[in-house]
Unconditional design. Structure first.
Length: 381
């Protein structure tokens, strides 16, 4: 098997930055990290000219990109187009995300993701079903007519993906703890979001097996002095993960800094909640018959409601450094290592180490993306 040696880079390893290592890639995986003088004879040498070699970015919430909304095109081709748009911004792994929809669309989306993984569409790790078991009070742009408590048949449907990971966002007041426990027992990742639940209800969901929170602070009951709400439960719990949209619009940077101080290191991860304008020329798209337009990086309905984002992972990473004051290595891990851990992929993805997937995001000293590698293959950007 032909080997590729990525040399002359600042490599972000689990132990920190190393400038004395070459990454040896064989097939889709990292075979070894070696001293530059130990590069195997015959390996194809790829010189990174001193740039930073980061673990590939993983995005758990991708509604669309490249002009495609997953709800409108729940097909392999739709997923392929979305993935192609996002890998231009450093995303090497993603969950196509279905906004609350009908059972038929849910079924089609699950089938499309299963087929995309079978066909080897680059970067597809599973599916994120954001609803439809959500709160009408905190629905955001989710269509109210789709929101409800699940019946047993629907629970079987959302758990039907055969390949890859399934992330399901629920409002804990809509889904019984017994159902959360059952779904988690089947290997699904349950996140709480779009919810008006009180602290005790959220705590019960966590005890039943919920392990994360979808876009912390947004579309959830807030933290107040006598009612901690979902935000308070999320910040207090040391074991759960919280996705955050670091675009400077969804959440004030000070609130994100508070969350970073409250949660243990490794429990805050970057998501984009990206919509079709990411990687597309057209700033407008239609969701459930309503026109949504991206202006100055914000997707809004005509009445001003936030409707996902126009954020890319490279910008979320850069914003975490510029707006939150994080070290580059920590921002990079929030975009790669911590999402992998959240998805239960921490032994195969999100790190640069022998045996891991050869998924890389390469940036220069100004944090500009220069290369994206998925499964040992450099992607055309």
């Amino acid at each position: 098997m032909m080997e590729t040696a990525l040399v002359n880079a600042r490599v972000l390893t689990a132990q920190g930055w190393r400038e004395d290592l070459a990454a040896i890639v064989a097939g889709a995986h990292i075979r070894a990290l070696v001293a530059p003088g130990k590069v195997p004879a015959g390996a194809q040498v790829h010189d990174l000219d001193g740039r930073m070699l980061l673990p590939g970015f993983i995005d758990c919430q991708v509604n669309g990109g490249g002009g495609v909304l997953f709800n409108d095109r729940p097909t392999v081709d739709g997923i392929r187009a979305i993935g192609a748009a996002h890998r231009r911004f450093g995303t090497t792994g993603f969950l196509p995300t279905l906004i609350s929809d009908s059972p038929d669309q849910i079924r089609a989306a699950i089938a499309a993701v299963d087929a995309a993984i079978t066909e080897g569409v680059p970067g597809v790790l599973g599916i994120h079903l954001e609803g439809p078991f959500l709160s009408t009070e905190r629905r955001g742009v989710h269509a109210a007519r789709f929101l409800h408590a699940p019946d047993p048949e629907e629970l079987r449907l959302v758990a039907s993906l055969r390949r890859g990971k399934t992330l399901l966002t629920v409002a804990p007041e809509r889904v019984a703890p017994e159902a959360i426990r059952e779904l988690a027992g089947l290997g699904m990742i349950i996140a709480a979001g779009h919810s008006n639940a009180d602290y005790a209800t959220v705590r019960t969901a966590l005890d039943a097996g919920a392990r994360g929170f979808t876009h912390l602070f947004n579309a959830m009951s807030p933290l107040t002095s006598r009612a901690p709400g979902m935000v308070g439960a999320a910040l207090e719990d040391p074991d759960s993960w919280c996705g955050v949209i670091a675009d400077g619009h969804h959440v004030h940077p000070a609130s994100l800094r508070v969350a970073l101080k409250a949660k243990p290191r490794g429990k805050i991860l970057l998501v984009t909640d990206a919509m079709p304008p990411v990687g597309a020329d057209d700033p407008a798209f239609t969701l459930d018959g309503e026109t949504i337009t991206a202006r100055e990086g914000i997707c809004r309905t005509a009445n001003g409601t936030l409707a996902g984002s126009a954020l890319s992972m490279i910008d979320a990473f850069r914003n975490s450094v510029a707006m939150l004051g994080l070290p580059i290595e920590e921002a990079a891990r929030m975009a790669s290592t911590y999402p992998a851990d959240f998805l239960g992929l921490g032994t195969t993805h999100g790190r640069i180490a022998p045996g891991f997937r050869a998924d890389f995001t390469v940036v220069d000293a100004d944090l500009r993306l220069t290369e994206t590698w998925i499964g040992g293959v450099a992607q055309a950007n």
